[in-house]
Design a protein around this ligand. Structure first.
Ligand code: HEM
Length: 456
C-alpha cells in the first residue's frame, strides 16, 4: 500500500502500530522536511559536478557517511527532550534539474518531475515572480548549480568540521561554486528573529502528532497532511514508499536601515505616539516584533508567541490585508498553499535587531534571510504565494497593496492604513512603502529520498 499523503490525521511517528510502509517512508526521508532541524549554525554549499560517475559517487558518499533519516532525527529530538542527550548534526542534499541531467538522467527521465518550475530552474522563472534579472544576481547564483548541501547544528564546531570533510570529499571534477553561512538570531525572550527584528518561524504547517498536540488549536488548525510537502521520489527504488520534497532557496538581502526609516515615517504619518508607534511596523508584518499577532491586539505583549488565530471578523482595520503574514497565509482559505519554511538569517551586525535604536545605526545591506522552504509543488505553493498573494496589490480586496516585506515589481497604486486599531478611519491614500528586500539569487532543488542517494 502506498503511504497515504492525504491522510488528515497528523503522523504518530513513534506509535507501536505504525505500518511498515510509513516506517519505510520515514527511514528514507531526509530530516528537516517534516520537522525543522536545529540549524542555529548553518553552512550551505553550492556544487557543480561535471562528471556523472564522480558526482554520483560523491552524493552516495555524503548520504551513507553523514546523513540521517527523518526517523532518526525524530528519535534524537525525543531523546534530547527525555534524557538531554544531544543529537547529531543535520546534513541535507538538494539536486537541481540541471544537476539530475549532469548526473546522467535523460531529458525524458527528468520529465518525471511533475513540477514545471523545478523543470525550468529558477533562472527561467524570473518573470513569473518578478525577480531581478539574472545578471543582477550574485555571481555564484548566475552559474549552473547542480546540488546544494546543507549542514546544520546548534554549535559552530560540528558544522565547521563537517563542512571541511564534505568539501574535502568533493572530486577534482566538481566545483564548489559558493557558500552561504547562516546564523540564528534570538531576542531576549529566546525567540528566533529575522533582521528587521521580528520573531520568525513561529507559524508552520505541522505534520507530526506530538508537535500538533502541544499547540492550542481553538481557532487555527496547525495540522496538515504530508501532501503539503511530500511527493513520491520518481527515481527511488520504490516511489510508493520513498519520498522527497521540492526545496526553494533564495538569498534575500534586507535593507534594515530603510525598513526602520519606513516604520518611523509611517508612525509619524499616522500620528502614532509612544508605545503605539510599534503598530506601524506591525501593520507591515502582521505581527509585532515580539510575535504578537496584530489582528488580536493593538499592542505587543501577552505571553508566548500566539499562533491560534484567524483574520475572521478583521476587515483590515486591525491587521491590513497587505500585512506580510496575512498575505502569505490568509488562514480562512488556501491551506494547500502553505510550505514548510526552513530559512535562516545570514550576515553579522553589531547592533541589537530588536531594540528601538535610530535607523541610522542599522545595516543597509549584507544581511538578510536565506529563505528556504519545502513544497510538494513550487508552482502552487512558493511561486503562487510570491506572485498571486504577495505580489498582487488587489489580493482579497482591491487596492490593498503589495506585501510590504516581500512584494516585488512596481508598486504603483496608493494605499491607506487604519489610523486607530479596530476603527474604520483610514489614513489619506499614500504611496506604498518602498521595497527593502532584494533577491540576490537562488535555485529550485529536489531533496531526494535517502534510498535514491544511497543507490547512486
Ligand atoms: C511569516 C519575515 C520572506 C512566507 C513571517 C514572519 C516574519 C516574516 C517576521 C512572522 C513569523 C511567523 O508567523 O512565523 C520575513 C522576511 C522575509 C520573508 C523578513 C524576507 C527577508 C518570505 C517569503 C515567503 C514568506 C519569500 C514566501 C514567498 C511566509 C509565511 C509565513 C511568514 C507563509 C507564515 C504566515 C502564517 O502562517 O501566519 N515572515 N519573511 N516569507 N512568511 Fe515571511
Amino acid at each position: 500500500m502506498p503511504v497515504d499523503l492525504n491522510n488528515a490525521q497528523p503522523l504518530a511517528w513513534d506509535s507501536a502500530t505504525l505500518d511498515a510502509d510509513t516506517k519505510a517512508m520515514l527511514d528514507n526521508l531526509q530530516p528537516n522536511i517534516l520537522r525543522a532541524h536545529v540549524r542555529e549554525h548553518l553552512s550551505v554549499l553550492f556544487v557543480r559536478f561535471n562528471d556523472a560517475a564522480e558526482g554520483r559517487a560523491f552524493l552516495r558518499h555524503v548520504a551513507t557517511t553523514w546523513m540521517k533519516s527523518a526517523r532518526r532525527h525524530l528519535e534524537e529530538v525525543r531523546d534530547f527532550a527525555g534524557r538531554g542527550r544531544r543529537g547529531t548534526p543535520y546534513v541535507g542534499i538538494g539536486i537541481s534539474k540541471a544537476g539530475y541531467r549532469d548526473l546522467g538522467h535523460s531529458v525524458e527521465e527528468v520529465r518525471a518531475f511533475g513540477d514545471r518550475a523545478f523543470r525550468d530552474g529558477m533562472k527561467r522563472r524570473v518573470a513569473e515572480v518578478e525577480d531581478p534579472p539574472v545578471e543582477q544576481w550574485e555571481r555564484a547564483y548566475q552559474r549552473e548549480i547542480h546540488a546544494v548541501v546543507l549542514i546544520g547544528d546548534d554549535r559552530p564546531g560540528p558544522v565547521a568540521t563537517l563542512r571541511d570533510e564534505i568539501i574535502g570529499a568533493l572530486p577534482a571534477s566538481a566545483r564548489l561554486l559558493g557558500e552561504e553561512i547562516g546564523r540564528g538570531m534570538r531576542n531576549p525572550a529566546g525567540d528566533g528573529i529575522e533582521h528587521f527584528g521580528y520573531v520568525d518561524g513561529r507559524s508552520q504547517p505541522l505534520f507530526l502528532k506530538d508537535e500538533v498536540d502541544r499547540e492550542p488549536r481553538k481557532r487555527w488548525d496547525p495540522a496538515f497532511p504530508l501532501a503539503n510537502v511530500l511527493v513520491p521520489d520518481p527515481f527511488s527504488p520504490d516511489p510508493r514508499r520513498h519520498h522527497g520534497s521540492y526545496l526553494v532557496f533564495r538569498k534575500l538581502e534586507q535593507n534594515v536601515r530603510a525598513f526602520k526609516e519606513i516604520e518611523e515615517r509611517l508612525a509619524d504619518d499616522l500620528g502614532l505616539k509612544g508605545g503605539d508607534r510599534h503598530r506601524a511596523g506591525a501593520m507591515l508584518v502582521g505581527r509585532f516584533k515580539d510575535g504578537t499577532p496584530l489582528t488580536g491586539r493593538a499592542k505587543a505583549g501577552g505571553g508566548p508567541v500566539a499562533n491560534d488565530f484567524t483574520f475572521e471578523g478583521d476587515d483590515g482595520s486591525k491587521c491590513p490585508f497587505s500585512g506580510h503574514i496575512r498575505k502569505t497565509n490568509p488562514r480562512s482559505f488556501g491551506r494547500e498553499v502553505l510550505m514548510a519554511r526552513r530559512g535562516q538569517t545570514y550576515g553579522r551586525r553589531g547592533d541589537q535587531p530588536w531594540d528601538d535604536a535610530p535607523p541610522a545605526t542599522r545595516p543597509s545591506g549584507e544581511v538578510g534571510l536565506l529563505f528556504m522552504a519545502f513544497n510538494s509543488s513550487l508552482v502552487d505553493q512558493f511561486e503562487f504565494t510570491q506572485r498571486t498573494w504577495a505580489g498582487n496589490p488587489d489580493f482579497e480586496n482591491p487596492a490593498t497593496g503589495h506585501d510590504p516585506v516581500i512584494g516585488q515589481g512596481e508598486r504603483a497604486i496608493k494605499v491607506t492604513f487604519p489610523k486607530v486599531w479596530g476603527k474604520p478611519e483610514q489614513s489619506p491614500p499614500q504611496a506604498q512603502v518602498p521595497q527593502t528586500v532584494t533577491m540576490k539569487g537562488g535555485e529550485y532543488f529536489f531533496a531526494p529520498s535517502l534510498a535514491y542517494l544511497r543507490g547512486l
